[in-house]
Design a protein around this ligand. Structure first.
Ligand SMILES: *[C@@H]1O[C@H](CO)[C@@H](O)[C@H](O)[C@H]1NC(C)=O
Ligand SMILES: *[C@@H]1O[C@H](CO)[C@@H](O)[C@H](O)[C@H]1NC(C)=O
Length: 188
């Protein structure tokens, strides 16, 4: 009897101790060596269309300057919902979309550069419902450029990597662009 009470008491103390540990806002830090990193390559075309009745990129703010006549003047901010397609043709299959913002960030119009803050999500295939995030400078006038992938969701959880970007089509008059994205993603 005495012994069983002692055990009960001990169990109670242990319970309270555990409860106290659980009430902390942090867990014990453990090694994550068992997590296996994978690599996936993606290839698609981003269609960034400013012209026409249904543009996929719209200017949401711009500085009050009338001297800059470009479709993307320095300081202008665009919201995008750009389709990701399997090819450069406007009729090729849509496999996802890039949603977010880009800012025209270079004062020199000849060095047209954007900073891109966008989430690239897939709506079909193995990666349907998964997305990765780009937060990067994109020097648009350079023929071969690279943007940084800084995170991801779903199958791309904890993604990091980069995308090699080239211009498949660009119209400097209306700003329409079709961009070839070759992405390398490290994720879990
Ligand atoms: C835009 O700039 C012009 C010329 O500097 C000025 O007259 C006008 O008030 C400005 N408009 C706004 C909305 O700030
Ligand atoms: C570029 O856009 C302008 C204005 O919309 C249009 O008139 C012109 O035909 C376009 N050029 C090409 C090569 O598509």
């Amino acid at each position: 009897m005495k012994r069983s009470r002692a055990i009960l008491g001990l169990a109670l103390i242990l319970c309270i101790a555990t409860a106290t540990a659980h009430s902390e806002y942090y867990s014990k830090t453990k090694s994550a060596v068992h997590m296996k990193e994978k690599v996936t390559h993606l290839h698609f075309f981003l269609h960034d269309i400013l012209s026409g009745k249904n543009p996929s990129a719209v200017m949401v703010a711009r500085p009050n300057r009338t001297d800059d006549k470009s479709p993307t003047p320095f300081g202008s901010l665009f919201a995008i919902d750009d389709p990701l397609r399997t090819g450069p043709e406007p009729t090729s299959e849509v496999i996802g979309n890039a949603q977010g913002l880009y800012l025209s960030s270079n004062q020199d119009i000849n060095q047209f550069t954007i900073v891109l803050y966008a989430d690239f999500a897939f709506t079909t295939g193995k990666f349907k419902g998964s997305s990765f995030g780009v937060f990067s400078r994109n020097p648009v006038v350079e023929p071969n450029r690279e943007v940084a992938v800084v995170g991801g969701r779903g199958k791309f959880r904890l993604a990091r990597g980069f995308a090699k970007v080239t211009t498949a089509y660009f119209n400097g008059t209306n700003g329409d662009a079709i961009l070839d994205y070759k992405v390398t993603l490290f994720h879990y």
